[in-house]
Every structure is written in structure tokens, then in C-alpha cells.
Design a protein. Structure first.
Length: 143
């Protein structure tokens, strides 16, 4: 019998990706990704099946970090974080991300799996980056 715990954790992260990409129903999400059925998405999200290579590729094309989906490491928001990293200094981004990481524990725990940063948290990081950019503009500084 397979150990379903990693399957459930991966399923929760796929569900998170669904909400991140528009809070769609499973069938709508499957169609957005390229024709996956409600059943296929549901089986993965419930931890009964692992995502197929095709599903993982479709998620990656939407900007989802596959390392995060499969291992829980890093951030689901790969594309957003890369864009943010180009707008501020490495030190400033590290400080913002450290705070974001500290807030992870406040988000909660679902079935023994720590819930990762939400889209709202990433938006908060984006707001802080914009504030840093505006402060720099006033001073005439560059990152």
C-alpha cells in the first residue's frame, strides 16, 4: 500500500495552485490547463493520485513552481518572485521574504501540512517592493 501522506500534501499544493490561478472549479481549472477532467483534478487534490507529467507541465506553463508542488520547498509563486527580485536589491528582497516566511506559521496547518504563503502574502510583498521603489524615486537612488 502506498504512503498517501505525500500524495495528500501534493494534492493540497495543487489545490492551492487552482485557487491562485483564479479560484475556479476543478473542471474549469482542468480545462484551463489543457483538457483535464474534474475527476483527474479531484483525484490529485484529494491525494489519491499523483499529478501526471502532463499536468505538471501545464502547471509550469501557468507560472507555478513545480519544485514547490512536489516538495513543498520554495514558493508556489516562482514567476512573481523572480519579477520582484529584479526590482529591489537582494538584501531588500531577502528581508521581505524573511518576514513572509515568518508569517507562514500564522497561516495554519492543514492535515499536518503547513499551509504555504498565500497569494495575499505575495501581494503584500509586492506592495512593500513598490513602497521601496517609490522611496528610491524620491531620493533618486537605484536598486
Amino acid at each position: 500500500m502506498k504512503d498517501s501522506c505525500p500524495y495528500k500534501a501534493i494534492g493540497l499544493r495543487v489545490r492551492e495552485a487552482r485557487f491562485l490561478l483564479g479560484d475556479k472549479k476543478q473542471g474549469e481549472f482542468g480545462q484551463q490547463l489543457g483538457g483535464f477532467s474534474t475527476g483527474q483534478i479531484g483525484q490529485v487534490e484529494r491525494g489519491r493520485n499523483l499529478p501526471t507529467g502532463e499536468l505538471l507541465l501545464a502547471l509550469a506553463r501557468q507560472g507555478i513552481n513545480l519544485n514547490y508542488i512536489l516538495t513543498g520547498e520554495g514558493s508556489i509563486h516562482a514567476r512573481q518572485l523572480v519579477r520582484l527580485s529584479q526590482r529591489v536589491s537582494p538584501e531588500e528582497l531577502q528581508e521581505i521574504l524573511a518576514e513572509l516566511d515568518a508569517r507562514r506559521g500564522q497561516v495554519g496547518d492543514v492535515a499536518g501540512v503547513t499551509v504555504p504563503p498565500t497569494l495575499e502574502m505575495i501581494r503584500e510583498v509586492d506592495r512593500r517592493v513598490k513602497a521601496l521603489e517609490e522611496a528610491r524615486k524620491k531620493k533618486g537612488d537605484r536598486p
